[in-house]
Design a protein around this ligand. Structure first.
Ligand code: TRP
Ligand code: ZN
Length: 889
C-alpha cells in the first residue's frame, strides 16, 4: 500500500551523519488548484548551491506519493533522461549554481487517510506538514534547515471553498469565469517547509484583535465549522492571555499582522504551530460549559498557549534537524506549563505535570523504546513526538530555570532568541546561551540531553544528636537503556527541607555557611555524595525532592507515620501530595500482596486517618485536597510493581481500597459533596474548578463504596447537571461501577449529545475504560457503533487508546484475546493511518514486564504485526524495537 516499507529493514537516520543541505531555497511560489478528484500543485523555487558546502553536487528533492507532471530548470522542461525518480526523491544530476526550478505535481487529498500532507477533513482541505508532510505535497528539500519565503496562491470552487487560507498576509484575491476563485498569501518570514499550511473550506470566522506591548494591532481569526461559533470564546480569550503572558514573562511580542487558527475534526495530534496559521484538533478549541469539562477548558488554554509560544520557540528560532526536536518541544512545554501555573494554581499544575511524566514518560524511559531527550537515531521521526522529547524535555529546561534562577534564565532566553533569530539551531545552542548569560557551568548537566533512562536516587539519612548534625547520603544510578550500557553520573538538583517534630520547617545550615532558607537545593554530581546540615538537635523528618526538582525515581524508607506527618505539615505542597501518594501506593501494594496470597485485603488505618484529615481539615486549596485524595492509576501502579506486573491484583486492590475508604469516610465524603455544590453560572475559574473537582471526586468515592445516598445523588446529577463537568462527574463513576440505572443513563446521554463529536468521544472513553463496559465484547460493540469512525483519530483514541492505556485489567485479560483483537486493529489502522497505528502498537512494548504466559501472548502479536508485508515504517519501528533492541542500531 501507499505507506508500505520499501525495503525489508529501513535504514535508521543518524545524528552523527548530519550534513548541511547541498542547496538552499530563497523563495517559494506555490499554486494550488484544489479539485474534487485531484489537486494540482505548481511550485517555483529559486535555488542556489549552499556556500557552506565545497561542492553542491546533484539536486536531491524529497517527495512521496506524488504524481510528477512536469519539471523545468530555468524555464526549460527536463526530458526523461535529465532527472531520476524513486519512491522518496527526485534527483537532477546537473544544475547550475543558481537557478529557478519549476515542478508540477498531482496529489489526491481526498484519498489521504494518513492525515500527513494535504488532506480533507469533513469537507475542508487542510495540511499537516510537520515533520515530513510537505514532501507529500510537492518535491522539495523537506528539512528544517532549509528556510524560504513563501507566496501561495490557492484556486478553488467559490461555493464549496469560500475560505482559502495560508501563512502570512492576504495580498490578493479574485474570481475566475468558471465559478472558481483565488486568494494569494505572502508570508514575510522565512520558514522551514514543516511550518507551511493551507486551508480551503466553508468555515465560519470569529474575529477579535490584540494590541501588542509596542502598540501593534494583530487581527485574531478563529475558523470553525458553521454552528460552532458559540464554542470559541474560551479559545479566543486564552489566545489573548497567552500573548500577554509571553510579553510579560519572556518579553516576546507577536510579529504577525494576522494570527489565524483553524479547527479540524480529523487530526493526528492536538494542534500545530504553522506560522501565522495554526491548525487545531477541534478537541483543542471547541468549548462551552454544556459540552466541555473543566479539564477540557484547561487543556484548551494550555494548547492555545503552547502553539502561540512556538511562534518564538520553534518558528522564529527553529530546528537544525529533527534530533533537535526537544529544542522547541521541551522548551515550549515548559513555557506552557509555566503559563498554566500562573493562570491557575502552581502546586496543582506541578502535581499534574509530574503525574503525566510518571504515567507516560517513566515507563517509556524504562522500556525498549527508551531514547534520550535528544535522540541519536530514528527510523521514522513521527515516532519521536514522545513523552521523553516533550515532558522530560520540559523537565530538563525547568531544572536549568531553577539552577540559574529566573533573572539569569530570562537573560539566557533573551540571548538565545536574539542570537539565533531566523536560524535553524540545536539544543546545544540553547544550553550555551543559558551558560553565557549566567555563571553556571552546564557541561555535566548536558548529559540530560544525551543519556536516556530515569535516574534512581537512594537516600539514607543519619542523625547525630551529639554533634547536632543531620547527613543525607545520596547515591545515584542511571539504568541501562537500549544502545547505552554504561552511564555517567548526572548533575541532579535535589531540593530538600527538614521538619521538626512539631511540623515546623527548620532553617537549613550547612558546614561553613550562613543559615539559609528552609529549602535547600543539593547539587548531586557524583555517583555517591553526602550532605551535612548542622544545628539539627532533634531527629527531623526530611522532605525530599521538593517541587519534584528533578525527573528521578527517589527511594527513601520513610515510615508510614512520617509520610502521614509530611502530608499534614510539609510547607512544600508538592511533597505533601507526594507523601500522600506514597502512603496510598504502599497500602495498595499490601492489598496486591494479600490478593495474590488469597488472603483478605485490609484497609490501612493510617491511610483512613490521613485521608479523613484532608477531607475534614481546612486545607485551603481544595484542588490540592482533591489531588491528594486521587488514587494512583492502575498504569502507574503497574510501573511501580516488581516483575511480574499483575494487572488483576492491582485492579482488585485499588477497587477494594476505594470502596472501603468511601465506606470508612462516608459521612465526610457526603459532607464534602454537599458543601461544594455550586450555584449560579458556570465559570471555569480556579476556585470553581477546585470545588467541582472535590465535589465530583467525593461523589465518585461514594458511588464506588456503594453508599446509597451517593448512588442516588449520581443518578440525579447525571440528568440535572447544567454543565459537562458535573454530568460526566456523575456518569463516569456510574459507568465504572455499573450501578443500577447506568445503561439507561448512557443511552440518554447518547440521545442528547450524538451530534456533538467531542462529547461522543467522552461517551466512548468512559465505556472503554470501565471494567464492565470495556470488556472485549464491549469494545467490539463500541467499534461497531454508528457514531464510531475508524478514520477519525479522536474516535480511535477514545476507544482503542483509552482501552489499552486506561483499562489494563481488561486489556491484559489472561486469555490473551484482547491482545489478538488489538493487534488486528493495529494492522487495520496501519493501512489507514500509520502514525496512529504506531502509537497504538506501543501498548505491547513493555510486554517483558508481565508473567511468562502474557509475555508469550503479546510477543506472538508483535511477531504477527511485524510479519505483515505491507507494514508502515512507523509501526515497523515500534514493533521491532519492542521485540528486541539488539537488532536496531
Ligand atoms: N508541533 C506540534 C506541537 O505543537 C506537534 C504535531 C502536530 C505533530 N501535528 C503533528 C507531530 C503531526 C507529528 C505529526 O507539539
Ligand atoms: Zn509543540
Amino acid at each position: 500500500m501507499a505507506d508500505s516499507r520499501q525495503q525489508q529493514s529501513p535504514r535508521p537516520v543518524r545524528l552523527a551523519e548530519y550534513t548541511p543541505p547541498a542547496h538552499l531555497v530563497d523563495t517559494v511560489q506555490l499554486r494550488f488548484e484544489l479539485g474534487e478528484e485531484w489537486t494540482t500543485v505548481s511550485s517555483r523555487l529559486t535555488v542556489r548551491a549552499n556556500p557552506e558546502r565545497i561542492e553542491a553536487g546533484p539536486l536531491v528533492l524529497d517527495g512521496r506519493e506524488l504524481e510528477l507532471l512536469e519539471v523545468a530548470v530555468d524555464g526549460r522542461p527536463l526530458g526523461e533522461g535529465e532527472y531520476a525518480l524513486d519512491a522518496e526523491s527526485l534527483t537532477i544530476p546537473e544544475v547550475p549554481e543558481r537557478f529557478t526550478l519549476e515542478v508540477t505535481t498531482r496529489i489526491r487529498p481526498q484519498e489521504n487517510t494518513a492525515l500527513e500532507g494535504l488532506y480533507k477533513s469533513s469537507g475542508t482541505f487542510c495540511t499537516q506538514c510537520e515533520p515530513e508532510g510537505f514532501r507529500r505535497i510537492t518535491y522539495f528539500p523537506d528539512r528544517s534547515d532549509v528556510m524560504a519565503r513563501y507566496t501561495t496562491t490557492i484556486v478553488a470552487d467559490a461555493q464549496r471553498y469560500p475560505v482559502l487560507l495560508s501563512n502570512g498576509n492576504r495580498i490578493g484575491a479574485g474570481t475566475l469565469t468558471d465559478g472558481r476563485h483565488w486568494v494569494q498569501w505572502e508570508d514575510p518570514f522565512p520558514k522551514p517547509s514543516y511550518l507551511f499550511a493551507l486551508v480551503g473550506g466553508d468555515l465560519a470566522r470569529v474575529a477579535d484583535s490584540y494590541t501588542t506591548m509596542s502598540g501593534r494591532q494583530v487581527a485574531l481569526h478563529i475558523y470553525v465549522e458553521h454552528g460552532n461559533e458559540d464554542k470559541v470564546d474560551h479559545a479566543m480569550r486564552s489566545l489573548k492571555e497567552a500573548m500577554a503572558w509571553d510579553e510579560a514573562t519572556y518579553g516576546r511580542e507577536c510579529d504577525l499582522d494576522v494570527y489565524q487558527i483553524v479547527a479540524v475534526e480529523d487530526f493526528n495530534m492536538g494542534a500545530m504551530e504553522n506560522k501565522g496559521l495554526n491548525i487545531f484538533n477541534t478537541s483543542a478549541i471547541l468549548a462551552k460549559p454544556e459540552t466541555a469539562t473543566d479539564a477540557d477548558f484547561q487543556r484548551i488554554e494550555a494548547i492555545i498557549g503552547h502553539e502561540y509560544f512556538h511562534n518564538w520557540s520553534g518558528n522564529r528560532v527553529t530546528l537544525r534537524d529533527w534530533f533537535q526536536l526537544s529544542l522547541k518541544e521541551g522548551f515550549t512545554v515548559f513555557r506552557e506549563q509555566h503559563f498554566s501555573a500562573d493562570r491557575y494554581s502552581a502546586p496543582v499544575q506541578r502535581i499534574e505535570d509530574v503525574r503525566r511524566l510518571r504515567t507516560a514518560q517513566f515507563p517509556e524511559d524504562d522500556g525498549p523504546t527508551a531514547h534520550p531527550v535528544r535522540p541519536d537515531s530514528y527510523i521514522e521521526i513521527s515516532n519521536f513526538y514522545t513523552p521523553t522529547v516533550y515532558e522530560k524535555g520540559a523537565e530538563v529546561v525547568r531544572m536549568m530555570y531553577h539552577l540559574l534562577g529566573p533573572e539569569d534564565f530570562r537573560r539566557g532566553t533573551d540571548l538565545f532568541f536574539a542570537s539565533h533569530d531566523g536560524r535553524a539551531v540545536t539544543t546545544e545552542d540553547f544550553v550555551r546561551a543559558l551558560e553565557e548569560a549566567s555563571d553556571r557551568d552546564l557541561s555535566q548537566f548536558r548529559l540530560w540531553y544525551t543519556q536516556a533512562g530515569t535516574p534512581r536516587l537512594f537516600v539514607d539519612a543519619e542523625h547525630d544528636p551529639g554533634a547536632a548534625t543531620y547527613t543525607l547520603h545520596v547515591r545515584q544510578e542511571v539504568p541501562e537503556t537500549p544502545g547505552q550500557a554504561h552511564k555517567q553520573p548526572m548533575h541532579i538538583p535535589v531540593a530538600v527541607g527538614l521538619l521538626d517534630r512539631a511540623g515546623n520547617a527548620l532553617p537549613l545550615r550547612m558546614e561553613g555557611e550562613e543559615p539559609g532558607g528552609t529549602t535547600r537545593v543539593l547539587e548531586l554530581r557524583e555517583a555517591e555524595q553526602s550532605f551535612t546540615f548542622t544545628g539539627v538537635g532533634e531527629d527531623p523528618v526530611p522532605s525530599l525532592l521538593r517541587g519534584f526538582s528533578a525527573p528521578v525515581r527517589l527511594e527513601h524508607d520513610h515510615r508510614d507515620q512520617d509520610l502521614a506527618f509530611l502530608l499534614a505539615h510539609d510547607e512544600d505542597l508538592f511533597t505533601r501530595w507526594e507523601a500522600g501518594q506514597e502512603l496510598a501506593c504502599r497500602s495498595l501494594f499490601r492489598g496486591v500482596a494479600a490478593y495474590q496470597a488469597g488472603d483478605e485485603m485490609r484497609l490501612d488505618e493510617t491511610l483512613v486517618e490521613a485521608f479523613g484529615g484532608l477531607l475534614r481539615g481546612d486545607a485551603g486549596d481544595k484542588a490540592l485536597v482533591a489531588e491528594a485524595l486521587t488514587q494512583p492509576d492502575e498504569g502507574y501502579l503497574a510501573d511501580l510493581m516488581d516483575w511480574p506486573v499483575d494487572p488483576e491484583a492491582i485492579h482488585q486492590a485499588r477497587r477494594f481500597t476505594r470502596a472501603r475508604l468511601a465506606q470508612a469516610l462516608g459521612d465526610d465524603f457526603l459532607y464534602s459533596y454537599q458543601a461544594n455544590q455550586e450555584g449560579g453560572e458556570y465559570r471555569p475559574d480556579p476556585g470553581a474548578i477546585a470545588r467541582r473537582r472535590l465535589k465530583n471526586l467525593s461523589l465518585a468515592y461514594l458511588v464506588a463504596g456503594g453508599v446509597g445516598e451517593g448512588i442516588e445523588a449520581a443518578r440525579e446529577q447525571v440528568h440535572t447537571a447544567t454543565n459537562m463537568t458535573d454530568r460526566l462527574g456523575a456518569l463516569r463513576p456510574m459507568v465504572a461501577e455499573d450501578v443500577p440505572g447506568t445503561a439507561e443513563s448512557l443511552e440518554a446521554f447518547y440521545t442528547q449529545w450524538k451530534d456533538e463529536p467531542e462529547v461522543m468521544d467522552k461517551w466512548f472513553a468512559i465505556q472503554a475504560t470501565s471494567p464492565h463496559y470495556g470488556t472485549l465484547a464491549g469494545i467490539r460493540r463500541l467499534l461497531e457503533h454508528p457514531a464510531f469512525n475508524f478514520k477519525n483519530p479522536n474516535k480511535v483514541r477514545a476507544v482503542l487508546g483509552a482501552f489499552a492505556r486506561g483499562n489494563p485489567y481488561r486489556f491484559h485479560a489472561p486469555d490473551g484475546e484482547a491482545y489478538t483483537f488489538f493487534a488486528d486493529q493495529v494492522l487495520r489502522l496501519d493501512r489507514i493511518n500509520p502514525q496512529m497505528a504506531a502509537a497504538l502498537a506501543r501498548a505491547f512494548s513493555r510486554f517483558r514486564r508481565y508473567d511468562e504466559a502474557r509475555q508469550r501472548l503479546m510477543r506472538e502479536q508483535l511477531e504477527r504485526i511485524r510479519q505483515d508485508p505491507q507494514l508502515s515504517r512507523d509501526t515497523f519501528e515500534i514493533v521491532t524495537k519492542s521485540l528486541g533492541a539488539e537488532e536496531n542500531g
